[in-house]
Design a protein around this ligand. Sequence first.
Ligand code: SAH
Ligand code: SF4
Length: 359
Amino acid sequence: MESFASQKKDIKSMTLDELRADMKIQGQPSYKALQIYRWLHRGVSSFEEMTDLSKIVRQFLTEKYYISVARVENKLVSDYDNTIKYLFSFADGQCVEAVLMEYQHGRSICISTQVGCKMGCTFCATGLGGFQRNLTASEMLSQVQAAQKDAGVRISNIVLMGMGEPLDNYNQVIRFLRLVSSQEGMNLGMRHISLSTCGLVDRIYDLAEENLQLTLSVSLHAPNNAIRSRTMPVNRKYPIEELLKACRYYAGRTGRRISFEYAMIDGVNDSDGCAKELAARLKGMLCHVNLIPVNPVREAGYQKSGRERQQAFIRILERAGITATVRRTLGADINASCGQLRRKHLKEGGSVNAICRTD
Ligand code: SAH
Ligand code: SF4
C-alpha cells in the first residue's frame, strides 16, 4: 500500500474529465481514462487488476498514481437486524467508522468524512476525541466500496453522518458526491444521499448554490441559543437565528425538505417548554424533525429521555403542524454511537484484527 505522504497522485479522487486530461498529457488515448475510471469505481485495489490494460500502461499508472483503499480493521455485527459497524483504516493508519444498515428498500451506509471532528459537541464521542485530519474523496468512496465487498451487497443509499463535519471538509465532500453519482461510477442518484451538518451557516449557503438534490439534515438538538451554545460550541459562531435563516433559504432554493436532528437529553432539552419553543422556531418551514434518544457517551454523563417524554414532545410538535418521528434505532446491541468504536480501539492501543460478534 502506498504511504499517505506519497508523491503519487490520488487517482480515485479524480473525476473522469481530470483523468482524461492527465492521460492526454501522458500521450495516452482518452478511452483509456474511461477504462481506468470504471475499474476504480468497481473497487479494485491495485492496477494489476485492470486486466484489459497493457502491462506497460499498468506500469506507468503504478509509477504516477496510487489507489486509496479502506481496510476492515474491526467489525461488529448486530444480532437483531444485520446492521454492521465497521472500523476502517487507511494508508497512514488512521481509522474511521461506518455503519451498514438494511432497510426494506435496500442497503444504506453511514460514512465518515473526517478523522475526528473540530466541533466539540458535548454529547458526541467523535467530538470528545478531537480532530486528526480530513478524508479525501477517494477515502469516502473506499468506505462504500469496502463495505459492499465485505458484506457482498449493493448499497443504494449513503448518509454522510459518520465521524466528522462534512461541511468542514467541503471540497472533498462535494467531489465525493460528484464521483459517487457519476454515470460511469456508482451512478447513485443524489436523492439517495443525505448530508448531516452541525450548522456551518456559510457553507449551507454554498451548498444551496450547488443545486444538488440531496437531503440536508441539520443537527439542531436545542430550541434556543442558551441550551445550544452549551452543548454545541458551533452555535457561538452561528447562532440559531442565523442557522434557521440559512435553512429556510436552502429549502426555498432547492425545494427540498430539511430534516432536523434532535437528540433528546434527559433534563437538558426535552421539556414541554423546549418543544413549544422549537415548534415556534420551525413554523412554516419545509421540514421534518427526527427525534433521537441521546446515546449516552460515558464521558458526557447525559441520559436519554424516557419514552413518555419523547411522546409528549412529539405531540406538541405535531399539534403545531410540524411532522416529527422518533428515529428507529438500528443495531441496538452494537449501538456504540458513532465515534465510540474508534475510541475503544485507540484506548486499547492497537490494531484489532479480530472480527467480533456481540453475542
Ligand atoms: N457532524 C455532523 C455529522 C456527523 S454526527 C453533524 O453533527 O450533523 C451525526 C449525527 O449524530 C448528528 O446529528 C449528531 O448530532 C448525532 N450525534 C452525535 N452524538 C450523538 C449521541 N451521543 N446521541 C445521539 N446522537 C448523536
Ligand atoms: Fe462533530 Fe457532528 Fe460530533 Fe458535533 S455531532 S462533534 S459536529 S461529529
